[in-house]
Design a protein around this ligand. Structure first.
Ligand code: HEC
Ligand code: HEC
Length: 199
């Protein structure tokens, strides 16, 4: 028992000291690595095909979320998409550098027309705002949704509902919404002003 306690305690110490180490992230490394991403993520209203939806805006997105999304594509925890080929060989250091560069490199806030009823969406989305704020601090839990393309939001919310994108919190949050509800929620967030393409 004593041994178990000791190893628990030293395990705890490792975790704590691991968090305490401030890691140097080289923004220039992130900027260089981003060159291959520009064609899609720096062009306003760039469209993905099969299925058709706008490539998500990531300029100004939280770096913690960007890094976890890139890691999820790399390990195919998100559906195979244009992103697999762009992430399979990313190291952890480059992933973090990319994320840090993208968070501080907001560009054009391009808008694309989107149907749906934003005021109906606002009534449904109150519960979402505790996690989906514009907060860039480490305390924020969810990605910024404000200003994202409506048809991308609709597509990924359906991915969670159908289980092809997995996240226990989001899958249960969205389980009971109809497609019309999701369109209204998407238009509510799409009408806001925050995310942009990467400059
Ligand atoms: C061929 C176009 C294309 C290229 C090149 C590309 N992406 Fe993407 N990216 C996409 C698409 C499409 C999605 C949405 C995929 C989905 O449905 O999950 C996406 C999603 C993302 C997301 C998740 C966004 C979110 O809100 O969850 C991040 C982060 C990202 N890309 C970063 C990058 C980085 C970094 C690179 C370069 C290393 C890159 N992308 C290259 C098309 C591209
Ligand atoms: C308890 C916190 C929490 C709440 C409440 C919450 N979310 Fe999320 N949401 C998250 C997290 C964390 C993620 C990232 C999951 C992942 O990596 O796939 C996410 C991801 C998403 C995404 C994908 C964003 C992208 O860029 O790809 C959408 C869309 C979304 N949530 C919509 C909603 C909506 C709509 C509601 C309210 C009905 C909601 N969320 C409520 C935490 C939350």
């Amino acid at each position: 028992m004593k041994q178990v306690m000791m190893s628990l305690i030293s395990g705890l110490f490792l975790v704590i000291s691991g968090q305490g180490q401030a890691k140097e992230v080289d923004i220039q490394v992130g900027k260089n690595a981003f060159e291959t991403c520009r064609g899609c993520h720096s062009s306003p209203n760039a469209s993905n095909v099969y299925p058709t939806y706008y490539v998500p805006k990531i300029g100004g997105q939280r770096k913690g979320y960007i890094a976890s999304a890139l890691t999820a594509y790399k390990h195919e925890a998100r559906p195979r998409s244009s992103m697999l080929a762009n992430t399979y060989d990313l190291t952890d250091d480059v992933t973090e550098a990319l994320a840090a560069y993208i968070e501080i490199s907001a560009g054009k806030k391009s808008k694309a027309p989107y149907t749906g009823n934003p005021s109906a969406g606002e009534k449904l989305a109150g519960i979402c705002l505790s996690c989906h704020t514009d907060d860039l601090s480490d305390a924020a839990t969810g990605p910024i949704l404000a200003g994202q393309y409506g048809n991308y939001l609709l597509k990924v919310m359906k991915d969670y509902q159908q289980g092809s994108r997995k996240d226990p919190v989001m899958q249960s949050m969205l389980a009971d919404f109809t497609e019309e509800n999701l369109e209204d929620i998407a238009s509510y967030f799409a009408n806001m002003n925050s995310l942009s393409v990467v400059r």
